[in-house]
Design a protein around this ligand. Structure first.
Ligand code: XMP
Length: 606
């Protein structure tokens, strides 16, 4: 059966994939298309959606794309930047300014199929710098926006040209903060485009199996299998498509794994029946040797990614299977955070997206069947493929492993701008009855889709959870240069923070492994492991009040797709465990609970 499909035109940022996911949630196939794809690639769809963009302005030169899409006889809907492009193409005018950000009220001014079933006023989410100031002759306004009951009116928040079947909305229906965004997308997909809801994950499996067979032909695949959900689902899918003889798995102990992880992973693959061509390599000396003396986070990530490929190629040679395709369990956020689509900024180079891998992809030597999916979808796929629930719901663990959780330092305090930041942070913290100190180290964060590398703040004192979050939020808003906030779980109110020279070493990794193990055990013991998305533990080479060489950071988060995250509140019993179990580890001088949302912090520290 041929499925009805929608094309989502990807103008960058995180938006296009989220739109595609929303459409697939409606059981309609959605495919991502690049704006410059030839017009032939846009044919055959029942409708097109043009995404927003984090960086583009409708004025930008970047915005050159296949405008022949407007000649296609199918409905087109634009969001944000896409809305402005549609308005402009049909004779409207865009101006710089009229910025709106965050929650806004949409007032629906005319009946339109896009808004069928909605209230006269709807909460929507905005993020734009430019604005539609005039519309072309075929268009009419169907909604305007207004912040608060007596706020200023923004015209043309929603427009349509019913005869042309062109529609645009200035807000983002795909994000959760647009309360009935899903309904708007459904109205477009079903009522306006006439799609039938026939697409399911089961179809996805069939389609992928067919694609893998076509791609691999008579060849074979050699898959890097970390034991995480992504690479395991990839292994099962490849196994289904190719059979066990044409799939080789390589599990590498890179020295950056969790306690007992490799042993458990190898046992799990055996149980799943994937043991036939399962290879194991302890390459920890290679990885730790390559990382020796390196401090800078992006450099560490590159080294880890490159070493994976070197080790993989060496092992392929040894086994005489150099001609096999390299299989990876890459999922969509790995690509986007590496700046993997033309218009996205690099936030972090994911290990499976380092330049050597990019080159291998260009040469057609890599196969990544899950590269279009988010983790939630991978998990759904895993369930359909019959994977063990414990494996499917295991917390995500990054490819570079503890390598990005073991912070390094040359020992030189990084106090640039402290004279400005420190007094502001203290003043804000004291308003909430807390002590606030800026820490002389940095971690990675993300602001407005761009990478940041800034300082954390540590808040000490007792306060309600809501108060802590409010204090953190105020600091992020008011103090430039801060992207993370910790709540001190250690004893006292430390006042002196000194970085200690430290790089990647086995003893430090062992300490981190032990801290990580203790926290995970506590989460499991108190039955909340599966309630949270992920809980990275970091070791930061910082001495608090001169007491030891390492600060441990616990970072529990709730998330849906890892593109955004909220700090997870831990029950008192878990906090009590942490206070007891962690500071007693040798060399640990402090303990902080990371209470940062994403943005402005990322989930991982590096
Ligand atoms: P951040 O820290 O960017 O992480 O908020 C988002 C999600 O991605 C995971 N992550 C990685 N996964 N290779 C991976 O396979 C990587 O290089 C990598 N870096 C971050 C992170 O754990 C979180 O789930």
């Amino acid at each position: 059966m041929k499925h009805d499909a929608i094309a989502v035109i990807d103008f960058g940022g995180q938006y296009a994939h989220l739109i595609a996911t929303r459409v697939r949630d409606l059981k309609v196939l959605a495919e991502i298309r690049q704006p410059e794809d030839p017009i032939e690639m846009f044919r055959g769809y029942k409708g097109l959606i043009i995404s927003g963009s984090p960086s583009l302005s409708a004025f930008g030169e970047d915005s050159a794309y296949t405008t022949a899409i407007y000649d296609l006889p199918v409905p087109i809907l634009g969001f944000c930047f896409g809305h402005q492009e549609i308005a402009k193409h049909y004779g409207g005018k865009i101006i710089h300014g009229g910025r709106e950000w965050g929650h806004t009220n949409l007032e629906i001014t005319e009946e339109s199929p896009v808004f069928k079933g909605l209230a006269p006023v709807e909460q929507v989410w905005m993020s734009h710098f430019d604005t539609v100031a005039e519309i072309g002759p075929d268009f009419r306004e169907i909604g305007c926006s207004r912040l608060g009951a007596d706020g200023e009116i923004h015209r043309y928040a929603a427009i349509e040209a019913p005869k042309l079947r062109r529609y645009g909305v200035q807000f983002h229906p795909e994000v959760d903060d647009t309360i009935h965004g899903g309904r708007m997308i459904a109205n477009f997909v079903f009522d306006i485009c006439g799609c039938r809801p026939t697409w399911t994950m089961g179809n996805y499996i069939d389609a992928q199996v067919a694609k893998i067979r076509e791609r691999v032909g008579n060849g074979s695949v050699f898959l890097l299998a970390s034991g995480g959900v992504d690479s395991t689902v990839t292994a099962v899918l490849l196994g289904r498509a190719l059979g066990p003889d044409r799939l080789h798995l390589l599990h590498v102990d890179n020295g950056l794994m969790r306690k007992d992880e490799s042993r458990n992973v190898l046992a799990a693959f055996q149980v799943m029946g994937l043991g036939r061509n399962l290879h194991f390599l302890d390459a920890s000396d290679d990885f730790l040797g390559a990382l020796a003396g390196v401090v800078e986070p992006e450099k560490k990530r590159l080294i880890i990614g490159n070493t994976f490929i070197r080790v993989f190629e060496g092992e392929a040679r040894r086994l005489g299977i150099e001609g096999h395709l390299l299989g990876q369990g890459t999922i969509y956020p790995d690509t986007i955070e590496t700046g993997g689509t033309k218009r996205a900024d690099t936030i972090k180079t994911h290990h499976n997206r380092v330049p050597i891998v990019e080159e291998m992809i260009r040469q057609g030597r890599v196969i990544e069947p899950l590269a279009d999916l988010y983790k939630v979808e991978v998990r759904e796929l895993g369930e359909l493929l019959g994977l063990d629930r414990d494996l499917i719901w295991k917390h995500p663990f990054p490819g570079p492993g503890l390598g990005v959780r073991l912070l390094c330092s040359d020992g030189v305090p990084d106090r640039k701008d402290f004279d400005r930041m420190a007094p502001e942070v203290r003043r804000i913290a004291s308003k909430y009855g807390l002590v606030g100190e800026v820490l002389p180290i940095r971690s990675v964060g993300v602001k407005a889709d761009l990478r940041s590398y800034e300082h954390p703040v540590m808040l000490s004192g007792e306060a309600a959870w809501e108060t802590l979050l409010e204090a953190a939020g105020t600091i992020f808003r008011e103090v430039e240069g801060i992207n993370r906030c910790l709540w001190n779980l250690g004893p006292g109110r430390p006042a002196a923070f000194a970085p200690v020279a430290a790089t990647v070493t086995r003893p430090r990794l062992d300490l981190l492994r032990e801290a990580d193990h203790r926290v995970t055990e506590s989460l499991r013991r108190h039955g909340i492991y599966y309630d949270i998305w992920q809980c990275p533990i970091c070791l930061v080479p910082l001495s608090l009040d001169g007491k030891g060489a390492e600060m441990v950071v616990v970072r529990p988060v709730h998330s849906e797709r890892a593109m955004t995250a909220a700090p997870a509140r831990l029950p008192d019993a878990v906090l009590a465990d942490l206070r007891k179990d962690i500071p007693s580890l040798p060399g640990v001088s402090g303990l902080g609970l990371d209470i940062t949302s994403k943005p402005p912090g990322t989930i991982e520290w590096e």
